[in-house]
Design a protein around this ligand. Sequence first.
Ligand code: ATP
Ligand code: MG
Length: 168
Amino acid sequence: DWIGVDELIGSAVTRLQRYEPHARFDVRLQAGLGPIWVHPALIEQALFNVLENAVKFSPPDTAVVIDARRVDAEPGAATDQVLRIDVSDRGPGIPEDERARIFDMFYSVERGDRGRQGTGLGLAICQGMIGAHGGSVVALPGLADEQGRRGTTIRITLPPIEPVAATP
Ligand code: ATP
Ligand code: MG
């Protein structure tokens, strides 16, 4: 279906706020993003899983920043532009050598001071659903705060997907 990027993000945020009423979000949407052609429930769930982690690791009184914009695709890509959604938190961050493994099934960074236990499936499922749309999801160091501390940014990239034309 065609669905607005704002609608997808709004739906994931609203659903999460039912479980996490104290969670704060700072949504930054580029103007004129337009709708994208995706399976709405799957992309909403992929976003939800990333937001759930960001909230789980956020220190109190910090907001999760959601930044959605179109950016130029990598040289040689099939399309000129892609949709990029960055979800940033001010949590403990993810060590560089673990940033790829957190997308593995059942993987959890071992550390006593980290939130409650989950199944370790959220990001594996997210990667599957984003991958099914031809996109990618990666972990990056987060945005530096005033003290230079970085949390985590999870970057979802989606190619602009056109509807498949009906066969005559
Ligand atoms: P589930 O999502 O199935 O409830 P989970 O949150 O542990 O469980 P994932 O969402 O797949 O599983 O995340 C895997 C691991 O990656 C987490 O256990 C955590 O160690 C690490 N991680 C994910 N997001 C963040 C984040 N924003 N900050 C710090 N660590 C993170
Ligand atoms: Mg999770």
